[in-house]
Design a protein. Structure first.
Length: 184
């Protein structure tokens, strides 16, 4: 996994150095409002987080911690891309940000290069995002990334809206001409 820079952000592979910041973020009830177990059981949550941080992921996939370039010690959240068992083995992209990072385009800015890397490095055919139907912020991020609603799926016993994008649609989106400002 590589470190990625965007205009405003630094995305680096998540490590145990990020453990306490991840736990603190996950203890905000607004942050995990649309997330299922194990967040309500402290021991299971900490074990789950340790396992996810220490896992070895397929090439081009994993978790990246997100930081502002101008404050590289200020943990904002994470972006993930990997095949999850709860999404039926599909490669899922996901994001979680601290509440004070919401509404500033950070999730979209951070997830876009991860999605690009997945199609380029990991040679993925499709990426999904399974989102709680009431999580309008995450639905909007998925749509900005070019993922489209493809149906409702079971996600840990709850209904989730599945958004997806395949390699062809991703390439077409990246190659589409950008609108030019009107000139007079």
């Amino acid at each position: 996994m590589s470190t990625i820079r965007t205009e405003r952000l630094l995305l680096r592979p998540r490590t145990m150095d990020d453990f306490d910041a991840c736990v603190a973020m996950d203890r905000d009830p607004d942050v995990i409002r649309f997330v299922g177990p194990p967040w309500s059981n402290d021991a299971e949550h900490l074990d789950f987080l340790c396992r996810r941080i220490s896992m070895t992921y397929p090439q081009g996939m994993g978790y990246w911690s997100v930081f502002p370039i101008d404050a590289p010690a200020d943990f904002l959240g994470w972006i993930m891309l990997y095949p999850t068992p709860v999404s039926g083995g599909s490669v899922e992209i996901g994001w979680r940000l601290k509440r004070d990072a919401w509404g500033r385009g950070i999730a979209t800015e951070a997830a876009a290069p991860i999605l690009k890397q997945g199609f380029a490095t990991a040679a993925l055919e499709q990426v999904v995002a399974d989102i709680h139907p009431d999580n309008h912020g995450s639905i909007r991020v998925a749509e900005k990334l070019g993922l489209v609603f493809t149906g409702v799926v079971d996600y840990q016993g709850e209904a989730a809206r599945r958004y997806s994008i395949d390699r062809t649609a991703f390439a077409a989106r990246r190659e589409a001409p950008r609108p030019q400002p009107n000139s007079r």
